[in-house]
Design a protein around this ligand. Structure first.
Ligand SMILES: *Cc1c(COP(=O)(O)O)cnc(C)c1O
Ligand SMILES: [Zn+2]
Length: 412
């Protein structure tokens, strides 16, 4: 198989060969790496120049053909203007909006579609709020594998169009993203589909993709670690993955500490925040009834990887915070006009929460903060457009133009 083993979270059994769930008890599988070649692993981390250079940390055999197109290795952008606005010493943004389909889900799909292909999948299926669906569709197109995507019927039409453009077979489901995922769970085995839904309960292979976000961030900042790392929580996979990435770096001695993980959600759908506030165990996260809000990419009624995410939050001394739709839009606009970065609503929860925690005094003036902007705002232009004023409009007339510009200068 290669450099990894699949170990059952429930019964502890080690799988011979690849599987999506434990062959003995049906439990969720974790990946494990021996870490016996420490020097080789450290030099892989130090010298990496592209996403697949992290292959020793992915559950993929060397012989596996990679389905890839420049995902990952996104920039870590210093944002001193935001740091000043929030009263924080240092701030930066990992801009995942630069991935091929506009979100970090490309990292996940590059691995899981490569794996599905190696395992001879005749078709893949995914339940998604739209972003993972688009990524699955794009990578499946490159792999030449038919792709079924189930998204909530309320998904913004541009997202659906993007998925269709990559040639996937889209089915709108009258329910939430959690309902889409549950519906697929009832049919995918019978249909022989490989399920690439981004949850370790369905696909343990994609779950290691986000570790690379930590590797890349650490390398880009000279192996410094931010005091606080803000990550949005939908299913919880990305926060869990990034934290495991930092644990790897810590174990290998490349970083001296771990970041405090902050999981951010929108008020209308915040199962992890509710559990954190109530001091509940990671196994006791409760499903949200009637999820609401504008951050569609993280509107998971039940976070399938919430358990590992909340555990990471507790272990790292972090916290979980929710923000309102208005706070999200405000943060989105602030980031755009201060730093020139257009973040998705889901991603803007990180900035809104950083501001809130600074105001509460949880984050202190001397701290360093990083936010993961998980996706590009271009993926939901309608949302931004709905909240922008109508621009001035003029005839083809220089006098009129000058009057309008004079008015704009006076308004500043
Ligand atoms: C999927 C997604 C998230 C949440 O990721 P999880 O792993 O489900 O927690 C956050 N932001 C964007 C833009 C996403 O597409
Ligand atoms: Zn088992």
């Amino acid at each position: 198989m290669g450099n990894y083993s699949l170990v059952c979270r429930s019964c502890g059994e080690r799988c011979e060969g690849d599987a999506y769930r434990c062959p003995s008890c049906g439990g969720i599988l974790n990946t494990e790496y021996p870490f016996d070649r420490r020097d080789a692993l450290c030099s892989a981390l130090r010298n990496a120049r592209q996403y697949w250079d992290y292959e020793p940390f992915f559950p993929i055999g060397r012989e596996c053909e990679k389905v890839t197109m420049g995902e990952g290795f996104t920039p870590l952008v210093p944002t001193p203007g935001i740091a000043r606005a929030f009263g924080i010493r240092q701030m930066s943004i990992k801009n995942e909006g630069l991935n091929p389909t506009g979100t970090f889900k490309d990292r996940c799909m590059s691995i899981s579609i490569s794996k599905a292909k190696a395992l001879g999948a005749s078709a893949v299926v995914i339940g998604s709020a739209g972003n993972a669906g688009a990524a699955a569709a794009a990578y499946a197109a490159r792999a030449g594998i038919p792709c079924y995507v189930m998204v909530p019927a309320s998904t913004p039409p541009e997202r659906v169009a993007q998925i269709q453009l990559y040639g996937a077979r889209v089915i709108l489901v009258r329910g939430s993203v959690t309902d889409c995922i549950d519906l697929i769970a009832r049919v995918y085995r019978e249909r022989g589909w490989h399920n690439v839904t981004t949850a370790s309960a369905y696909n343990p292979f994609q779950a290691d993709s986000e570790k690379a976000i930590a590797y890349e961030m650490a390398k880009a900042s000279g192996w410094e670690v931010p005091d606080w790392l803000f990550v949005p929580i939908g299913g919880g996979g990305i926060l869990s993955g990034i934290y495991r990435g930092y644990l790897d770096l810590f174990r290998l001695g490349l970083v001296k500490k771990l970041p405090r993980m902050v999981g951010t959600q929108e008020e209308g759908c915040c199962a992890v925040v509710n559990a954190f506030r109530a001091g509940r165990k990671p196994t006791q996260i409760e499903r949200v009834e009637n999820p609401a809000g504008i951050a569609v990419a993280i509107a998971d009624a039940y976070p399938l990887d919430g358990e590992t995410a909340l555990q990471a939050i507790y272990d790292s001394g972090g916290c979980s915070e929710s923000v309102s739709s208005a706070e999200i839009l405000e943060a989105q606009r602030l980031l755009g006009r201060t730093e020139g970065i257009f973040a998705e609503a889901a991603s803007s929860t990180t900035l809104a929460a950083a501001k809130k925690l600074r105001e509460k005094g949880v984050v202190q003036a001397g701290d360093s903060v990083a936010c993961v902007v998980t996706g590009s705002g271009l993926k939901d232009l309608q949302l931004a457009a709905r909240h922008m004023p109508r621009p001035a409009e003029v005839e083809i007339d220089p006098e009129q133009l000058n009057r309008v510009v004079d008015g704009m200068e006076a308004a500043v």
